[in-house]
Design a protein around this ligand. Structure first.
Ligand SMILES: [Cu+2]
Length: 288
């Protein structure tokens, strides 16, 4: 990190830990310095105007104002430059990042299912196949709604609150929600997306540093929103295999039993959604 980038750290951004995060940090760093320059520029102009057009020097107002067209040309140029930046650079770069996914065979696939107020993680297990999920199977002991009759789901791994991924491998996440709009946000990975009920939203990132990182919900999703935090652990490949093995063993002996991830997570989910009405039903009130 160069010294110019210290402005991001000073303003509270956690250090980047993903392969694409440096590009995001550069643009944020540029914006911070640019906004700083604009702030000083406009402040100086404001002070200049206060002095130049003070009442003592101009006791009577001038009702004709500026005659030259220079401000119109300037404004038009600013609009043109901003349109080029947005349409020529920002949108194509964003589209590239959002549309071009890494090959699935190299990636770790995870389904993230958000609910009030925790994140469930669903991994395909050794067979590489996700088991079928259906809302009719959802219960406190089966928060993902895994179909117990689907053979592809027998070895699936389900955890709550804590996800492990190996370092230097792309992670492709498919995001969904069981109740309201949440947002799966990984500040250190410089990635996040809204989890919208009824939608499956893909996102991807490649962690490049081992460690333990915060996962937060970035949409105000209810009373327990503040507690909707999780952990992302980026492991070495060996540690990741050990974790997978441990989870697979737990899952193998735990069909129709409590979810594998429940006992060992750091954050405590406050409640399962079944027990917690999201909002009181609207009651008809007499009018007049
Ligand atoms: Cu949330």
């Amino acid at each position: 990190m160069n010294s110019l980038a210290l402005i991001n750290e000073f303003l509270g951004m956690p250090p980047n830990a993903s392969s694409h995060g440096y590009q995001i940090d550069h643009i944020i760093e540029f914006c911070h310095w640019f906004m700083g320059a604009l702030f000083f520029g406009w402040s100086a102009f404001f002070i200049l105007v206060l002095i130049r057009f003070r009442k003592r020097r101009h006791p009577v107002a001038d009702h004709h104002g500026v005659k030259s067209g220079i401000s119109t040309h300037l404004e038009f140029s600013v609009v043109l430059i901003e349109a080029v930046l947005l349409l020529g650079f920002a949108i194509p770069l964003w589209a590239k990042r959002v549309n071009e996914f890494p090959p699935i065979k190299d990636a770790i696939l995870v389904n993230v299912v958000a609910q009030q107020f925790s994140f469930n993680y669903h991994l395909p297990g050794p067979d590489g196949q996700f088991g079928r999920r259906d809302v009719s199977f959802e219960s406190n002991s089966n928060p993902l709604g895994l179909d117990p009759n689907d053979p592809a789901g027998k070895d699936d791994i389900a955890t709550l609150g804590e996800l492990h991924v190996p370092v230097n491998r792309p992670v492709i996440v498919e995001l969904s929600s069981k109740d309201v709009i949440h947002d799966f946000f990984l500040p250190s990975m410089r990635i996040g997306a809204d989890a919208i009920p009824g939608s499956r939203i893909p996102l991807w990132f490649t962690p490049i540093k081992t460690g333990t990182y915060e996962v937060v919900c970035a949409q105000l999703c209810g009373l327990g929103h503040y507690s909707m935090k999780g952990t992302l652990v980026v492991d070495t490949p060996e540690d990741y295999q050990a974790w997978l093995k441990e989870r697979a063993e737990l899952a193998g002996g735990a069909q129709n039993a409590p979810p594998a991830g429940a006992p060992k997570t750091e954050n405590k989910p406050t409640a399962q959604p079944e027990n917690k009405p999201a909002a009181p039903p609207p009651s008809p009130s007499p009018s007049g």
